[in-house]
Design a protein around this ligand. Structure first.
Ligand code: ADP
Ligand code: MG
Length: 396
């Protein structure tokens, strides 16, 4: 339709008045249809010109952001219409590409309810406007969406607490049973001999000591896994932290005939991360990789930017895992090792959540495993793909 009208404009002097009336009618029908679409959606939509003067606003806008109520906003400067200074400031900074680090969600009291509204600003260029930008402002009610997310997080936490509690109960059963049996044996020995030397009693007491240590280990690991991490995110380069880790683990890996290669892109964007927690996560992964290569092998630590994320990969040439094992590895207390705690990957998962990141794994039985940690690149570090700053845009 747009192309048809553009062609018609070029040949306008060859058209008679009836043809022109037809074109105008079809245009008016199209505008009406688009307005109906914009009126039917739940979001608020405002279209403005390059100086933030309103061309169009749908009737839902005043229900979402505090603004002057009017039948027709056409031609009015946005600054005279939007009544909330924070929303207005956000829109103006967005237009200047300076709002990347600001939160785009705003909370308003509506009677007895609190409403959260997300503001998004999109830029587009019209050919007829000689390349000047126009803006689409979208206001979306995210109150319900945010509440659902919070509910989901709570139930996820509750579910993992239940699994953890079940795990602990299972774990402490064995040491308690061993202690019970040895207490009985000690009693019997005492009854039999009436008096026990330390030497006689030591067989039983040693077991006691061992099991108490085991119980203590279970409790310490449990507390580490469930307690909220004391996360201190700081903006910085991960390259130094990663090469520190490589130097730290290399001697121990060499003892186990494991060759480590570190492949770190030097131009990585900076990240918000907690250095100690990142080290802890990588040490857990490297230790698991080493454990999976009894007779030696290779570990590769890689870090690179991938879209809006930095990914750190730990690959090994170890035993790999079958699908059944893969399903369970992040469950607390799942271990295939005789002396494993089964909490290493639970902790890594938790650390990644603290970084708003993710962890994934690929594994092939008999070939090896790759764990991938993915960290979001802070908005301020992303390459600015939008237009450069324009002057004189904001009309008060
Ligand atoms: P743990 O190391 O105490 O067993 P983790 O949570 O660190 O506990 O790991 C859970 C299980 O996941 C391990 O017992 C092992 O079966 C499996 N696993 C983890 N990393 C690897 C790896 N790189 N290669 C093969 N199996 C692995
Ligand atoms: Mg482990």
């Amino acid at each position: 339709m747009k192309n048809f009208v553009l062609r018609a404009i070029q040949k306008i002097d060859q058209l008679d008045s009836n043809q022109i009336v037809d074109i105008l009618k079809s245009q008016s029908r199209e505008v009406e249809m688009l307005e109906n679409v914009l009126e039917s959606i739940e979001d608020g939509v405002i279209l403005t010109d390059s100086k933030l003067r309103i061309n169009y606003a749908n009737s839902n806008c005043p229900n979402l952001v505090p603004m002057v109520r009017s039948r027709n906003y056409e031609g009015q400067p946005l600054s005279k219409v939007i009544e909330d200074e924070h929303v207005l400031r956000y829109i103006v900074l967005s237009v200047y590409n300076r709002a990347d680090d600001l939160d785009n969600e705003f909370t308003f009291q509506r009677g007895s309810k609190v409403q959260t509204v997300a503001v998004n600003v999109f830029t587009y260029k019209l050919q007829e406007a000689k390349g000047l930008s126009s803006y689409v402002l979208m206001f979306t009610d995210v109150t319900e969406h945010n509440a659902n997310e919070a509910r989901m997080r709570r139930s996820e936490n509750l579910a993992s607490m239940t699994t953890m509690a079940a795990g602990v109960a299972h774990e402490i059963k064995n040491p308690l049973a061993a202690m019970g049996i040895h207490l009985q044996l000690l009693k019997k020995a005492f009854v039999r001999q009436n008096c026990l030397t330390l030497e006689d009693a030591e067989r039983y007491l040693d077991v006691f000591e061992e099991e108490v240590n085991r119980l203590n280990g279970i409790v310490v690991d449990f507390l580490f896994a469930v307690r909220p991490l004391d996360t201190r995110l700081r903006m910085g380069s991960i390259v130094k932290t990663l090469s520190d880790i490589c130097s730290f683990v290399e001697p121990e890996l060499a003892e186990h005939k494991v060759v480590l290669t570190c492949d770190l892109s030097s131009s990585l964007p900076r990240l918000e991360f907690d250095e100690n927690l990142l080290k802890q996560a990588l040490l857990n992964l490297i230790k698991n990789a080493m454990n999976a290569m009894e007779g030696g092998g290779k570990i590769r630590l890689q870090a690179k930017a991938d879209g809006n994320h930095v990914v750190i990969m730990v690959s090994d040439t170890g035993t790999g895992m079958d699908d059944e094992t893969l399903q369970k590895i992040f469950e607390p207390y799942f271990t295939t090792k005789a002396t494993g705690t089964g909490l290493g990957l639970t902790v890594v998962y938790k650390i990644m959540k603290e970084h708003h990141g993710d962890i994934s794994v690929e594994s092939k039985l008999g070939e090896g495993t790759t764990f991938t940690l993915s960290f979001p690149i802070p908005k301020s570090e992303r390459l600015s793909l939008t237009e450069p700053v324009k002057e004189g845009l904001y009309e008060a």
